[in-house]
Design a protein around this ligand. Sequence first.
Ligand SMILES: [Zn+2]
Length: 244
Amino acid sequence: MKSAAIVSGLLFAVGVVWADDKSHWSYSGQTGPEHWGGLKPEFNLCGFGRNQTPINIEGMIEADLPAITFNYQAAGDEVINNGHTIQVNFGAGSNISVDGQQFELKQFHFHSPSENHIQGKSYALEGHLVHADKDGNLAVVAVMFEPGAANEVMEQAWKVMPEKAGGKSALGTKVSAEGLLPAQRDYYQFNGSLTTPPCSEGVRWLVMKEAMTASEAQIEHFSHVMHHPTNRPLQPVFARPVLQ
Ligand SMILES: [Zn+2]
């Protein structure tokens, strides 16, 4: 009796610790997207922000957007599974220039199904190429993926993809994010946020109009390792213009 009481006491303590861990967030249930804003004060914007991502991209305003200059090197050398996504981290040397501002590529990662929609359409997979300028301002280039031909960059990353959350592995051959970009580089632009806690705003979103392809097997491999959908639900646009 005594030992059973101790064991149940221990289990109770473990349960309390878990429920108290407010930095834990997920894509469903008690720690899912509709609760992110209340999990901890630092996540407030997830609930109260007015410039949140993802959105349904529609009602675009013609703005004659400047071309983005991509200067990408084969500098992606590490693949991590952080429990929320599979991410490839980059060393220095890859950047984009847009509107006279330069942003350095830090990492790319994926969501399935897509987070942003384009005129009501959801895609099988969305890639986020995350860049920061010297002051830490973020610019994310988003690329949609439809089932089709396999993607070569993804192939390299998936070969060493850690199956367990917290896993990290080195890429045999360094990759360039160039292979994730469509030939046609026209894009939509809007002011948004990180799509995961803390949902920080002031992020420049540059969404490629042309979709890429990944094979059914590549999409399935990602979904299988993540175990569940990894997309935040669509957020209200409020007064934000979407430019094209
Ligand atoms: Zn993302």
